[in-house]
Design a protein around this ligand. Structure first.
Ligand SMILES: Cc1cc2nc3c(=O)[nH]c(=O)nc-3n(C[C@H](O)[C@H](O)[C@H](O)COP(=O)(O)OP(=O)(O)OC[C@H]3O[C@@H](n4cnc5c(N)ncnc54)[C@H](O)[C@@H]3O)c2cc1C
Length: 311
């Protein structure tokens, strides 16, 4: 076998592939959290509960339920979170936004959660309701997530997560202004941040470096989006400011009507992403499950997560 420096067996074997990354067995067990959205009808509700029961044995630190744009799912979010608290061993977290409600109304929702035993809130400004292009604070409401965090801190000793934007929030004046604001929001009383999803892993690691340099020491948990439907991820990414790299587009090329292959490709992409993060010392992951368990389960397994015994 040729062993010359530029054409060695060693060169082929030391490329960036799983085998060369530290093994999950030698790394701390991953801390997981899973995000769901509240179902619109009975069929979707059944799907959600199948998803929850499949992921429950992985022992996530918490599971969160989103709040529809403009607060449109207020009752459904509450019902799902309350049922999680009542019927499962999981720690539920309720997303709550500032949109379209007075401070008193938002406070009332938060108090109802506390009374239902829910101790974790994902505090967000929220996006404008469908049809509105720009965010306008409610005249009597919390203007931004920072204000909501302060409000929640006055109500009870909640565990509070907030959003973070490795690629900069689309409404930010600049990357530096966004980082300043993010630090203020964390300092207002958040316990951790969860990031918008991203596909280029270095985007997150660079953001983490900038946050550390700015003195943010609380956990900034990467949000992982397994791509079940590339076309819709592309549409949504254009709105939320997440970039879709050309390499990703190429990988999903021609698969719009081929769900089976798409899912295998999606698993490979997400597995590579989480393994590289893990090899860089990241041990917490938040999964945007889209109420589908299989990809999330497989990726969590690759990270080293195994079902924990009940009870
Ligand atoms: C993990 C996660 C979960 C989410 N879940 C939901 C959900 O359930 N429901 C929903 O509707 N949306 C949800 N979103 C989307 C979120 O509501 C939008 O991204 C929204 O546009 C911003 O919310 P925020 O809490 O990050 O806002 P903020 O942090 O309040 O602000 C967003 C940006 O505006 C700028 N800004 C804010 N205040 C100031 C200020 N005082 N001065 C200067 N600049 C300022 C900053 O650049 C900041 O990054 C979620 C996002 C993430 C990352």
């Amino acid at each position: 076998m040729d062993t010359a420096p530029n054409n060695t067996l060693e060169r082929w074997l030391t490329g960036p592939r799983f085998g060369t990354l530290p093994s999950p067995a030698s790394l701390p067990a991953p801390k997981l959290s899973f995000e769901f959205f509240p179902p619109k009808n009975e069929k979707l509700e059944a799907d959600l509960w199948t998803c929850i029961r499949r992921l429950e044995p992985l022992g996530p630190r918490f599971v969160s339920v989103t709040y529809g744009a403009g607060g449109s799912t207020r009752a459904r979010t509450h019902d799902t979170v309350a049922r999680l608290a009542r019927e499962t061993s999981l720690t539920p977290a309720a997303h709550l936004t500032c949109v379209g409600a007075t401070r008193e109304e938002v406070d009332e929702v938060a108090r109802a959660y506390w009374e239902a035993g829910v101790r974790h809130i994902v505090a967000l400004r929220g996006d404008p309701p469908a049809g509105a292009s720009q965010y306008t604070p409610h005249p009597g409401g919390y203007a931004q997530a920072e204000d909501l965090v302060r409000g929640l801190r006055r109500i009870a000793d909640f565990d509070i997560s907030v959003g973070a934007y490795p690629e900069v929030h689309p409404a930010a004046l600049s990357a530096d202004a966004d980082l300043d604001y993010f630090k203020r929001k964390m300092d207002a009383g958040a316990n951790r941040a969860i990031t918008q999803y991203f596909f280029d892993t270095d985007v997150y690691l660079r953001f983490l470096d900038r946050c550390h340099a700015a003195g943010i020491t609380l956990p900034i948990v990467p949000g992982i989006m397994p791509v079940t439907n590339f076309a819709s991820v592309k549409r949504f990414s254009a709105m939320c400011g997440a970039s879709v790299p050309a390499w990703l587009e190429k990988l999903f090329e021609g698969l719009d009507e081929d769900e089976g292959t798409r899912r295998m490709v999606a698993a490979t992409v997400a597995a590579e992403q989480v393994r590289i993060l893990q090899a860089n010392g990241v041990d917490e992951f938040h999964f945007y499950t889209l109420n589908r368990p299989d990809l999330t389960y497989a990726i969590a397994h690759i990270l080293g997560a195994r079902p924990v015994a009940a009870g």
